[in-house]
Design a binder for this molecule. Structure first.
Ligand SMILES: C[S@@+](CC[C@H](N)C(=O)[O-])C[C@H]1O[C@@H](n2cnc3c(N)ncnc32)[C@H](O)[C@@H]1O
Length: 210
């Protein structure tokens, strides 16, 4: 381990492969905060494209694929991506190794639904703005970004990882034409669930709501 964040995550996933503790964030199923959001909207992909950021073992990506989205899941930890492919051998999800800070240009404005759960807060605070902007740039015209993160009060110090998001950091996802449509504080105020969207043709109004 070099001390770099990528090495830290890769080491945790590799340790789990070797029989050590499973990653502490691994829920073993789609995140209830995503499932609840999807069910409240009767979410159906209908062949539209979804992307799961920092997908780890892929439970959220599999959930979206079952709802009918053509789904891509990416993570910068190759061991996590290899494990996801192995866990779901018949999966329709396209699992890829990629870094939030260095994403393929062809992904820009491509995805109708982007789900970001706990990835940005796992990155050092000085990377939060760039990460949020990069993720926002992936959302297609009329598309939606769902952000799940744990909360931190403005001005409070935290010794991460993780580095939970302040309200101001959450609002940094509203960049490049994305509009913050709704913010909930759930789980007794300890989690953010935020929905952002882009208008048709990239405009900032009349976005289609999932
Ligand atoms: C706290 S885990 C959350 C995993 C999953 N999204 C969830 O909600 O359970 C953070 C994940 O993001 C990945 N990750 C962290 N920084 C990343 C980056 N810069 N690019 C891509 N993946 C990253 C880690 O490897 C890890 O799988």
């Amino acid at each position: 381990m070099t001390g770099e964040p990528s090495s830290m995550f890769e080491a945790i996933y590799a340790g789990a492969e070797a029989g050590e503790a499973k990653p502490p964030w691994d829920y073993g199923a789609p995140r209830p905060q995503l499932v609840e959001w999807a069910e409240a909207r009767d979410l159906a992909g209908g062949g539209r494209e979804a992307l799961v950021v920092g997908c780890g073992y892929g439970a959220d990506a599999e959930f979206l694929a079952l709802l009918g989205f053509r789904t891509t899941g990416f993570d910068f930890a190759p061991t996590a991506i290899a494990a996801a492919r192995r866990m779901y051998p018949a999966s329709k999800v396209n699992y890829l190794v990629a870094d939030v800070l260095d994403l393929p240009r062809k992904w820009q404005r491509r995805f109708d639904l982007v789900v970001e759960s706990l990835t940005v807060q796992s990155m050092p605070p000085e990377q939060h703005t760039a990460a949020a902007q990069n993720i926002a740039a992936l959302v297609a015209p009329e598309g939606t970004l769902l952000v799940l993160a744990t909360t931190r009060d403005e001005g409070s110090e935290v010794k991460g990882p993780p580095w939970p998001l302040t309200r101001a950091e959450l609002e940094e996802f509203a960049s490049g034409g994305l509009i913050l449509r709704g913010v909930e504080r759930i789980e007794s105020g300890t989690w953010w669930r935020a929905e952002l969207s882009r208008g048709a043709g990239g405009s900032t109004s009349h976005a289609r709501q999932f």
